[in-house]
Write a protein that binds this ligand. Structure first.
Ligand code: GDP
Ligand code: K
Length: 279
């Protein structure tokens, strides 16, 4: 059997544990993530000559450094490097769920989306143009229902095929407004000069620095390149204050939401009744 490690990531209540249970059945064990008291559920399923190991990450809305759950999740993704990350989405609440997706897109992980609660999506008459959404997110999307045990085999099949590189899809990245993109590029360029960071995901580190991420700050500020980076961060702040009367952290969030609104507009149609009841 060939081993594939898959991390399940998603918002709280997206149905992640239900999906994990449906996929791994009795082959489960519970431990802790190192150094913290957050439970780590692991399980596996044997499928077509592969042992697919699932790690159920804590439910999170975001990947900042503000909560232990979010820190555990991104440490796992950046340090343990699972083969594939399945981002479980709550189908009927796509818009809210996509914030985490935009952050996973930045992380250079092999991403796959499980569009869960698809039974609810259909019942509520929500139309999702999944091909379009796939192109925007730059990853494959598999509709699932953990409740009705549907789409599970399709998900496993996609895991194997993504792992083997059989079904490649063009990765997409969320482009921030030009001033931010320029700052990201410059900061990443400086980080690339430091051997300890060169080869790692310096674009992600640069975005995090512009978001004032304390953990990434403390990882980077002991290096000589910090002097240059601090200057670039100050420049970016001055520029965005002048142009938008705002700071990079706020603008990055705004741009993520703008991307999500665009994706929703292009790919999702809510039924008339729901549109009315929302207004
Ligand atoms: P988690 O917080 O992401 O682990 O979410 P849970 O697995 O605990 O599920 C949250 C709620 O959604 C529970 O009441 C589940 O029964 C329900 N649920 C999970 N998956 C599905 C699904 O595919 N369809 C429907 N209709 N409900 C689901
Ligand atoms: K739960």
């Amino acid at each position: 059997l060939k081993d594939i490690t898959v991390a399940l990531a998603g918002n709280p209540n997206c149905g992640k544990s239900s999906l994990f249970n449906a996929l791994t059945g009795l082959h489960q064990k519970v431990g802790n993530f190192s150094g913290v008291t957050i439970e780590r559920h692991e399980g596996y399923v044997d499928y077509n000559g592969y042992r697919i190991r699932f790690v159920d990450l804590p439910g999170t809305y975001s990947l900042t450094a503000y909560s232990p759950e979010e820190l555990v999740t991104r440490h796992y993704l950046t340090m343990d490097r699972p083969d594939i990350v399945v981002n479980v989405l709550e189908g009927p609440n796509l818009e809210r769920n996509l914030l985490l997706t935009t952050q996973l897109m930045e992380m250079e992980v092999e991403l796959l989306v499980a569009l869960n609660m698809f039974d609810e999506v259909q019942e509520q008459g929500i139309e999702i143009r999944d091909k379009q959404l796939q192109t925007l997110l730059g990853c494959h999307i598999v509709p699932t229902s953990a409740k009705k045990m549907e789409g599970l085999e399709a998900l496993l099949d996609h895991v194997v095929r993504v792992y083997e590189g059989d079904i490649e899809i063009r990765k997409n990245k969320l482009a921030f407004r030009p001033e931010l993109e320029r700052a990201i590029e410059e900061i990443a360029g400086v980080l690339d000069l430091e051997p300890d960071f060169g080869g790692s995901n310096t674009r992600w580190l640069a975005i995090k620095l512009l978001e004032n991420d304390k953990e990434i700050y403390s990882r980077v500020n002991r290096y000589p390149v910090w002097v240059k980076i601090e200057l670039l961060l100050q420049q970016a702040l001055q520029e965005t204050e002048k142009m938008y009367a705002s700071d990079p952290e706020v603008l990055i969030t705004e741009d993520r939401h703008a991307f999500i609104r665009g994706a929703m507009k292009e790919c999702v149609r809510l039924p008339e009744v729901r549109k009315v009841s929302l207004t």
